[in-house]
Design a protein around this ligand. Structure first.
Ligand SMILES: [Zn+2]
Length: 260
């Protein structure tokens, strides 16, 4: 794990436990509000992270945001049992529904004595912290339950797994909603984008739009070639196996096609 400062209030903490994927947790230390976006694999990781980070200027309890229900973004929630934990309503439902299946499928990452810790503050539209200039908003895409966070004063947009290089993993087939989310990202014109995994920039919004549009128009042949083919193959398998419904898909834990 290592951390770096994006601004004097925002820190990005990066983990390599799911190697070759890097997983990012974003921490905000503001005046009167402290916030953590996603909680990675477990409470001990979160406690280790907090020991490493600078002390927040106010001792307000951390508010947690879960960008979506996948295990590598929520299993550390139990480090924050007394916190407000924000997600979309759908994320709450999906965490509950798929918790046991996700645990069984990813048991190597489950910390002994960990427990399920659900979001307790559910959004269906934008939630704003006006003084801090922070907006949490639903952003269906990679999964239907996704939400994103815009730090207006910092110019930083946290997109969860909706953007990933070279193309995102897909579990929802609501292409229209995904495209709307990506258009919304573009309209925000954030100075910096922070993804759940790896590094992304504004160009990844357009790359992702092209990929989703290819699915929408049944013209995905280009993605059978490098550097896309491995993720695209997984997306095809996954979406054909699960049809149109919401499914208990997990985030990438298979070897990275582009790291070969
Ligand atoms: Zn993920």
């Amino acid at each position: 794990m290592n951390f770096s400062s994006i601004t004097d209030r925002l820190f990005i903490v990066t983990w390599t436990d799911l190697s070759p994927y890097e997983t990012n947790v974003l921490v905000y230390h503001g005046s009167g509000i402290n916030l953590i976006i996603d909680t990675f694999l477990g409470p001990s990781k979160m406690k280790q992270m907090l020991r490493l980070l600078p002390e927040p200027s106010s001792n307000t309890p951390y508010i947690i945001v879960n960008t979506h229900y996948h295990f590598d973004h929520v299993w550390g929630n139990s480090a924050f049992l007394s916190s407000v934990r924000i997600s979309t309503s759908l994320c709450y439902q999906m965490m509950k529904r798929y918790f046991e299946a996700d645990k069984t499928a990813n048991l190597t990452y489950w910390e002994p004595n960990n427990q399920i810790c659900l979001p307790n503050c559910l959004i269906t539209s934008t939630l704003t912290f006006p003084e801090a200039g922070i907006e949490v908003f639903p952003s269906p895409g990679h999964s239907e339950d996704s939400c994103s966070v815009f730090f207006r004063q910092e110019g930083v947009l946290a997109v969860g797994d909706n953007l990933e290089r070279p193309i995102p993993y897909l579990e929802s087939q609501d292409w229209q909603k995904y495209l709307e989310t990506l258009d919304h990202y573009a309209s925000i014109q954030a100075d910096k984008l922070i993804a759940g995994h790896g590094i992304v920039t504004q160009t990844d919004i357009e790359t992702s739009k092209q990929y989703i549009y290819a699915w929408q128009t049944h013209q995905t042949e280009k993605y059978d070639a490098e550097p896309y083919k491995n993720i695209h193959r997984q997306n095809k398998l996954h979406l054909s196996a699960h049809g149109d419904g919401v499914v208990g898909h997990t985030c990438p834990t298979t070897p990275s096609p582009w790291a070969e």
